[in-house]
Design a protein around this ligand. Structure first.
Ligand code: PLP
Ligand code: COI
Length: 368
């Protein structure tokens, strides 16, 4: 019977194309779980018991190793500290009331990880092995996945360059690490956002589409200025004099005008958000018209001034669907009751159902 169960699991995994990851697991002796209040989770501050690590020596990857979470120690000349070869991903595991856990769209995050790595001349990971490894990593820590009313388990894979040299050359060695945090809800109230025409987050031909650490570093100074003016986020624009809308610091941008959904067309200075793609799919399935197009700051400004905008919102793994109720453009503040616009309120609920595997999109689910 036991044999049959194992065999069934193996055949089921093969059917959906898993390639089993070579792995060693070093068990913890004492869990930190008892110290965590799952009803008071600040984003990114509480870490689960384990980390998963794999090293690249310039030729090939080692096996995966799941180990108790601990500090890593590095030489001060380590390449990432100086030249910033660092990429990451963010994805979430959700727990249903029956205890089953769904890692949402893991395949897509791993594929995007490789795109980011390629742009920074870092090694590729084997997606199907990484999928198997992350699945095992989450499985081992399923008790760390909050329940639906509390939040989710945020999983953060990242890769850094590890050669100890001050030569400004690509590293040969790399470390791939996965850590996880039980998290609550990132934004609890609608946002106040501003367009800042003085700064850009990314440029055409640059690394904006990669989930590279440097993109976030570049956004902090202007984002801090926005905070000092009372805004939560900057809505970034492209480098042209049209100031075409791009995205927020950690989320993609959408708005609804006269019942039609618009979002900036993908380009190499924008992160191709997985939540963005999910929302576009769900909106189209709900019968909404969706356009991905170039949207200048002047265009949305005149649409807002004409009272044509029904809803503004941002999408992301951490942000989910977060409403934007205030948008400042050129010293003019526009207010929109985004959080009461019923069609998007419904899409937000549908998105939530998808994450818990309750919609008809099994291709997005990795069950643990
Ligand atoms: N844009 C940026 C800059 C982000 O950091 C994120 C978050 O991951 C997103 C967009 C949204 O992407 P996703 O929906 O894949 O999380
Ligand atoms: C995510 O939504 O996964 C992100 O990467 C946002 C993060 C920068 C907080």
């Amino acid at each position: 019977m036991l044999f049959l169960t194992i065999w069934l699991e193996v055949t089921e995994d093969r059917r959906i194309g898993y390639n089993f990851a070579p792995m060693k697991i070093n068990q913890i002796t004492d869990s930190n779980l008892k110290d965590v209040d799952f009803n008071q989770l600040d984003f990114g501050k509480t870490f689960s018991d384990y980390m998963m690590v794999m090293d690249h020596d310039g030729h090939s990857w080692s096996e995966y190793s799941i180990e108790p979470l601990k500090e890593l120690s590095f030489h001060p000349a380590m390449s990432v500290f100086h030249y910033g070869q660092a990429v990451f991903e963010g994805l979430k595991a959700y727990k249903l009331d029956n205890g089953k856990v769904n890692i949402f769209r893991l395949h897509d995050n791993l594929k995007r990880f490789n795109k980011s790595a390629e742009r920074l001349l870092m090694p590729q990971i084997d997606v199907s092995q990484a999928l198997d490894a992350v699945k095992k990593f989450v499985e081992l820590q399923r008790e760390w996945v909050p329940n639906r009313s509390q939040g989710s388990l945020y999983v953060r894979p990242f890769m850094i360059s590890t050669d100890n040299t001050l030569r400004a050359v690509p590293s040969k060695g790399y470390k791939f690490v996965v850590i996880a945090c039980p998290v609550g809800f990132y934004y609890s109230v609608p946002l106040r956002v501003m367009i800042n025409k003085q700064y850009r987050r990314a440029a055409t031909g640059g690394i904006g589409y990669a989930k590279a650490a440097g993109n976030y570093a570049a956004s902090f100074y202007p984002s801090n200025q926005a905070k000092e003016l009372g805004f939560d986020q900057v809505l970034w624009t492209d480098i042209t004099d049209d100031f075409k809308l791009e995205e927020l610091g950690s989320a993609n941008f959408f708005y609804v005008k006269k019942g039609v959904l618009y979002t900036p067309k993908m380009r190499d200075s924008i992160l191709n958000g997985i939540t963005r793609n999910t929302v576009i799919t769900l909106a189209r399935e709900s019968g909404m018209e969706v356009y991905e197009e170039a949207i200048s700051a002047d265009r949305i400004k005149s649409e807002l001034a004409a009272g044509e905008v029904d809803c503004l919102f941002a999408t992301g793994t951490a942000a989910a669907v977060t409403y934007i109720n205030e948008l400042m453009i050129d010293d003019q503040l526009f207010k929109v009751n985004s959080d009461t616009y019923a069609p998007i309120v419904q899409i937000k609920l549908d998105l939530d159902d998808c994450k818990f595997g309750l919609k008809n999109h099994d291709e997005w689910n990795v069950w643990v």
